[in-house]
Design a protein around this ligand. Sequence first.
Ligand code: AMP
Length: 115
Amino acid sequence: MGETIFSKIIRKEIPADIVFENDKVLAFKDINPQAPVHVLIIPKIAIPSVRELNGKEHGELLGKLIDAANSIAKDMKISTGGFRLVFNCGADAGQEVYHLHMHLLGGRKLNWPPG
Ligand code: AMP
Protein backbone atom coordinates (compact mmCIF):
# COMPACT_ATOMS: atom_id res chain seq x y z
CA MET A 1 0.00 0.00 0.00
CA GLY A 2 1.56 3.30 -1.10
CA GLU A 3 1.82 6.61 0.64
CA THR A 4 -1.34 8.60 1.35
CA ILE A 5 -2.20 12.25 1.70
CA PHE A 6 -1.84 11.86 5.48
CA SER A 7 1.92 11.24 5.09
CA LYS A 8 2.15 14.63 3.39
CA ILE A 9 0.21 16.21 6.28
CA ILE A 10 2.61 14.59 8.78
CA ARG A 11 5.59 16.05 6.89
CA LYS A 12 3.76 19.43 6.71
CA GLU A 13 3.95 19.36 2.92
CA ILE A 14 0.25 20.12 2.70
CA PRO A 15 -1.70 22.19 5.22
CA ALA A 16 -4.02 20.83 7.88
CA ASP A 17 -5.69 22.33 10.93
CA ILE A 18 -3.54 20.54 13.51
CA VAL A 19 -4.99 20.36 17.01
CA PHE A 20 -2.55 17.94 18.71
CA GLU A 21 0.93 16.63 18.07
CA ASN A 22 3.57 14.63 19.89
CA ASP A 23 6.42 12.37 18.74
CA LYS A 24 4.11 9.47 17.76
CA VAL A 25 0.70 11.01 17.06
CA LEU A 26 -0.79 13.82 14.98
CA ALA A 27 -4.40 15.05 15.06
CA PHE A 28 -6.09 17.50 12.73
CA LYS A 29 -9.60 18.63 11.85
CA ASP A 30 -11.44 16.58 9.22
CA ILE A 31 -11.78 18.54 5.98
CA ASN A 32 -15.40 17.34 5.65
CA PRO A 33 -16.72 17.43 9.22
CA GLN A 34 -19.69 15.24 10.18
CA ALA A 35 -20.17 16.86 13.59
CA PRO A 36 -19.23 20.18 15.27
CA VAL A 37 -16.06 18.43 16.46
CA HIS A 38 -14.55 16.03 13.91
CA VAL A 39 -10.86 15.34 14.36
CA LEU A 40 -8.70 12.64 12.80
CA ILE A 41 -6.10 11.14 15.13
CA ILE A 42 -3.32 9.29 13.34
CA PRO A 43 -0.04 7.57 14.13
CA LYS A 44 2.99 9.15 12.48
CA ILE A 45 4.03 5.73 11.18
CA ALA A 46 2.14 4.58 8.10
CA ILE A 47 -0.07 1.61 9.03
CA PRO A 48 -2.82 1.11 6.40
CA SER A 49 -5.74 0.02 8.59
CA VAL A 50 -6.90 -1.76 11.76
CA ARG A 51 -6.32 -5.04 9.90
CA GLU A 52 -2.57 -4.54 10.22
CA LEU A 53 -2.75 -3.91 13.98
CA ASN A 54 -2.10 -6.31 16.80
CA GLY A 55 -2.07 -5.66 20.51
CA LYS A 56 1.42 -7.07 21.11
CA GLU A 57 3.15 -4.83 18.59
CA HIS A 58 0.90 -1.77 18.63
CA GLY A 59 -0.62 -1.71 22.11
CA GLU A 60 1.47 1.24 23.27
CA LEU A 61 0.74 3.21 20.10
CA LEU A 62 -3.00 2.55 20.45
CA GLY A 63 -2.81 3.83 24.00
CA LYS A 64 -1.24 7.01 22.71
CA LEU A 65 -4.08 7.47 20.20
CA ILE A 66 -6.61 7.12 23.04
CA ASP A 67 -4.66 9.53 25.26
CA ALA A 68 -4.68 12.05 22.40
CA ALA A 69 -8.45 11.59 21.95
CA ASN A 70 -9.13 12.24 25.63
CA SER A 71 -6.87 15.28 25.66
CA ILE A 72 -8.50 16.78 22.53
CA ALA A 73 -12.01 15.99 23.81
CA LYS A 74 -11.22 17.90 27.01
CA ASP A 75 -9.68 20.82 25.08
CA MET A 76 -12.74 20.99 22.81
CA LYS A 77 -15.15 20.74 25.76
CA ILE A 78 -16.91 17.57 24.60
CA SER A 79 -15.44 15.22 27.21
CA THR A 80 -18.30 15.55 29.71
CA GLY A 81 -21.14 15.46 27.18
CA GLY A 82 -19.63 12.51 25.34
CA PHE A 83 -18.06 11.68 22.04
CA ARG A 84 -17.50 8.83 19.60
CA LEU A 85 -14.27 7.21 18.38
CA VAL A 86 -14.45 5.38 15.05
CA PHE A 87 -12.01 3.36 12.96
CA ASN A 88 -13.37 2.59 9.50
CA CYS A 89 -11.63 -0.55 8.30
CA GLY A 90 -11.84 -1.60 4.68
CA ALA A 91 -14.24 -1.04 1.83
CA ASP A 92 -17.49 -2.10 3.52
CA ALA A 93 -16.84 0.35 6.36
CA GLY A 94 -16.19 3.14 3.86
CA GLN A 95 -12.47 3.56 4.55
CA GLU A 96 -11.12 6.04 2.00
CA VAL A 97 -7.63 6.82 3.26
CA TYR A 98 -5.35 3.85 3.91
CA HIS A 99 -3.33 5.45 6.69
CA LEU A 100 -4.75 4.36 10.05
CA HIS A 101 -6.92 7.09 11.54
CA MET A 102 -9.34 7.33 14.41
CA HIS A 103 -12.28 9.70 13.99
CA LEU A 104 -13.17 11.74 17.08
CA LEU A 105 -16.74 12.99 16.72
CA GLY A 106 -18.75 15.09 19.11
CA GLY A 107 -20.47 18.35 19.88
CA ARG A 108 -23.93 17.07 18.98
CA LYS A 109 -26.13 14.07 19.82
CA LEU A 110 -24.84 11.21 17.68
CA ASN A 111 -27.27 8.68 16.22
CA TRP A 112 -26.99 4.94 16.73
CA PRO A 113 -26.81 2.67 14.77
CA PRO A 114 -24.54 4.75 12.52
CA GLY A 115 -25.78 3.22 9.23
P1 AMP B 1 -12.27 7.24 6.17
O1 AMP B 1 -13.51 7.19 5.36
O2 AMP B 1 -12.41 6.63 7.53
O3 AMP B 1 -11.07 6.72 5.41
O4 AMP B 1 -12.03 8.77 6.48
C1 AMP B 1 -11.14 9.58 5.78
C2 AMP B 1 -11.43 10.98 6.25
O5 AMP B 1 -10.34 11.79 5.85
C3 AMP B 1 -12.70 11.60 5.67
O6 AMP B 1 -13.57 11.95 6.75
C4 AMP B 1 -12.19 12.82 4.91
O7 AMP B 1 -13.06 13.92 5.01
C5 AMP B 1 -10.86 13.08 5.58
N1 AMP B 1 -9.85 13.77 4.79
C6 AMP B 1 -9.43 13.44 3.55
N2 AMP B 1 -8.46 14.28 3.14
C7 AMP B 1 -8.26 15.17 4.17
C8 AMP B 1 -7.39 16.28 4.35
N3 AMP B 1 -6.52 16.68 3.41
N4 AMP B 1 -7.48 16.96 5.53
C9 AMP B 1 -8.36 16.58 6.47
N5 AMP B 1 -9.19 15.53 6.36
C10 AMP B 1 -9.15 14.83 5.20
